[in-house]
Design a protein around this ligand. Structure first.
Ligand SMILES: C[S@@+](CC[C@H](N)C(=O)[O-])C[C@H]1O[C@@H](n2cnc3c(N)ncnc32)[C@H](O)[C@@H]1O
Length: 313
């Protein structure tokens, strides 16, 4: 397997989902089918429903999972349709959030500031692209998304620079945008090597945060997430497992709080005490599971991964 396509935190995913029990498992973000293939290979009595909003990813997953025949069903869908599509209470649900390596690696999808491509960043068939956001949003909205979704300290300065630049002509490409961000942040050009060189180990590219923010905005990535946690937990059968891997702190916070609330249950309005009988899950991960140094060395994209798991009670 190519290192880029190695599924993240695979051992932990399988340990928490425990697919050997057989039954239906839903992979809400089947992507290139890495986790799904490992799960099906490990557990001959398991069936899998795989969802993804990206038709290109589903085509790859379809080929990869073909050897498992009718144990697999793949549907192009946003994960908020999970309950509607599952048909029965699953024994396990997985969501490995974020972008796939296919999306990052294809320059024409516009996700990577390291590759020249159109400013697109759409994971599925959403109407708005990153180009629309960058060229049409008012300055105040750009500043807000860079700050809130990118946790970018220089949000205002970058928003202003983009609005100024687009007065002359629209901002069209990933490298054009990355260069504008670098200039706004007062970085020197990197020179030589066509601009795709890696920065020194451990340093983050100046464009990282703004690209993350645009991706979240274009794909409305945070909006459906707390709903996903809630829907998945309610759908699971008793003793069913939920595993979610997130890749940045905004996502992880939503997952963490969602699980915490469902594990606590409702609160008695009079006494303020938790009502134990309304608890829906037990959280299995006190702290999020992080990849080992060895995994990060093999697959740098796993670096920011945090896995949280819960069991339906
Ligand atoms: C990190 S990849 C999954 C990789 C996969 N676990 C594997 O092993 O190959 C995340 C996938 O989630 C998909 N995705 C993101 N948001 C989604 C949503 N709201 N509904 C459905 N799929 C989504 C993306 O299109 C992408 O293919």
């Amino acid at each position: 397997m190519d290192a880029h396509h190695v599924p993240v935190l695979l051992d932990a995913v399988l340990a928490y989902l425990a697919p050997e029990r057989g039954g239906l498992f839903v992979d809400c973000t089947v992507g290139l089918g890495g986790h799904a293939a490992a799960l099906l290979a490990r557990a001959p009595a398991a069936r899998l429903l795989g969802l993804d909003r990206d038709p290109e990813a589903l085509a790859v997953a379809g080929e990869r999972l073909a050897p498992f025949g009718d144990r697999v069903r793949l549907v192009e869908a946003e994960f908020h349709r999970l309950a509607e599509l599952a048909g029965e209470p699953p024994r396990g649900i997985l969501a490995d959030l974020g972008v796939s390596s296919l999306q990052l690696d294809r320059a024409e999808r516009g996700f990577s500031f390291r590759r020249e491509g159109p400013l697109d960043m759409r994971m599925g068939r959403s109407e708005m692209s990153a180009k629309d956001v960058v060229n049409r949003y008012p300055e105040a909205d750009l500043e807000r998304i860079f700050r809130d979704y990118g946790e970018e300290r220089q949000a205002r300065r970058i928003a202003r620079a983009l609005v100024e630049a687009r007065r002359d002509r629209p901002i069209e490409t990933t490298r054009e945008l990355a260069a504008l961000i670098e200039r706004a942040k007062g970085h020197q050009g990197r020179g030589g090597g066509g601009g795709v060189g890696r920065l020194r180990e451990g340093r983050v590219d100046p464009a990282t945060r703004v690209f993350q923010a645009l991706r979240i905005e274009v794909n409305r990535e945070l909006e459906g997430l707390s709903e996903l946690v809630d829907q998945a937990v309610r759908l699971l059968e008793k003793d069913g497992r939920l595993v979610i891997i997130s890749y940045h702190s905004l996502e992880d916070r939503i997952v963490k709080h969602g699980l915490r609330d469902l594990a606590r249950g409702d609160v008695d309005r009079v006494t303020g005490r938790p009502l134990a009988e309304t608890r829906l899950i037990e959280v299995l991960t006190k702290k999020p599971v992080r990849p080992s140094a060895a995994e990060v060395a093999l697959n740098p994209r796993s670096r920011s991964a945090r896995l949280r798991a819960a069991r339906r009670i």
